[in-house]
Design a protein. Structure first.
Lengths: 272, 56
């Protein structure tokens, strides 16, 4: 879910990037990345571009499929994410580049497939980013984007955001809500079409998430975000009250193994 | 850290899309068109116009 322009100031330090790789990737992004490259039918000899690659989970799945003749280029604006990505992908032939989604440093028509998992909602200039994705894709090439649907469709994240708003503050809540800030189907489809893509198709894709407890959910999510330090500085009573509120909100999703709830995403595929 | 050769072949300047020349000792990529110099950090090219310097 890394971002390629600092639209929300929601950028990670490298410790957060490592936490992101350890918490969010196994929680959701590994599964959703595999699904995205499956939908795009990434195959040997494809040239793949992963935009806003974060810690590189989509790039890793794509690399497995394109070897030995294809190639994967992965770009992100955040050097901490790229450092964590390089570490996580030790033996994979992925080429990393620090770049902004709205000014890609690749030739026109260079790639067969462009992936952007959970990135679009963070871009400052989404039309420019989509125009760049269109420019670097070869005629007939494939685009695959995913974003989270709005918070109204997120029974697990809603209590987390509400709890942060009540106990920590507006900025913390807005930060945690930012992945859910751009999930309107019609708006995204119109944007992708306006960039020149055709055969645009949007699908709601729902994944089950599981965490061991509400406290582990709060800890994992905040450590993987710019809020790690903010939470660490809170008084113990505030943390307890925050966890109690989140637990209450998650009660309908709690079982003997912890907490399980769905996350709703929108996956948009298209052709150039 | 050396820069991947294949990456050098496919990268272009994000501003004018000209080819880039790798100046290994200075850890920069210099655009053949507009002359912007992009840093290479830990083997990763930083292709951000905000971080690029004009040629002297």
């Amino acid at each position: 879910m890394a971002q390629t322009t600092a639209a929300h100031g929601w950028q990670l330090e490298q410790d957060s990037a490592t936490a992101y790789e350890r918490f969010l990737v196994p929680l959701l992004f590994d599964t959703s990345a595999r699904d995205l490259v499956d939908r795009l039918q990434v195959r040997p000899s494809d040239r793949v571009l992963d935009v806003a690659c974060g810690t590189g989970v989509v790039a890793r799945h794509a690399a497995e499929r394109v070897e030995p003749d294809g190639e994967v280029v992965a770009v992100d604006l955040n050097p901490g994410m790229l450092a964590a990505a390089q570490e996580a992908a030790a033996n994979r032939a992925i080429r990393w580049e620090e770049a902004s989604a709205d000014a890609l440093a690749l030739e026109d028509g260079h790639v067969d497939v462009v992936c952007c998992q959970q990135g679009l909602q963070f871009f400052g200039d989404r039309p420019a980013a989509l125009a760049e994705m269109h420019r670097v894709t070869t005629a007939g090439g494939r685009l695959g984007l995913s974003v989270c649907r709005p918070l109204d469709h997120q029974p697990g994240y809603r209590p987390l955001v509400d709890g942060l708003r009540r106990h920590v503050g507006h900025a913390a809540a807005e930060g945690m809500a930012s992945p859910f800030s751009f999930g309107d189907r019609d708006e995204i489809v119109a944007l992708v079409r306006a960039a020149g893509f055709r055969d645009v198709e949007a699908r709601i894709v729902i994944w089950p998430l599981r965490v061991s407890s509400p406290a582990a959910f709060l800890r994992g999510e905040t450590a993987s975000s710019p809020l790690g330090g903010v939470i660490a500085d809170l008084d113990a009573e505030v943390i307890d009250a925050l966890i109690a509120d989140i637990s209450e909100g998650l009660a309908p999703h709690t079982d003997d193994a912890g907490v399980s709830f769905p996350i709703e995403t929108l996956v948009v595929t298209a052709r150039r | 850290m050396a820069l991947d050769e294949r990456l050098m072949e496919i990268l272009v300047c994000p501003t004018c899309r000209s080819s880039l020349d790798h100046k290994e000792r200075r850890h920069v990529l210099v655009c053949a068109g507009c002359g912007l110099q992009f840093p290479v950090r830990d083997g990763i090219p930083v292709m951000l116009v905000d971080e690029a310097k004009p040629s002297r």
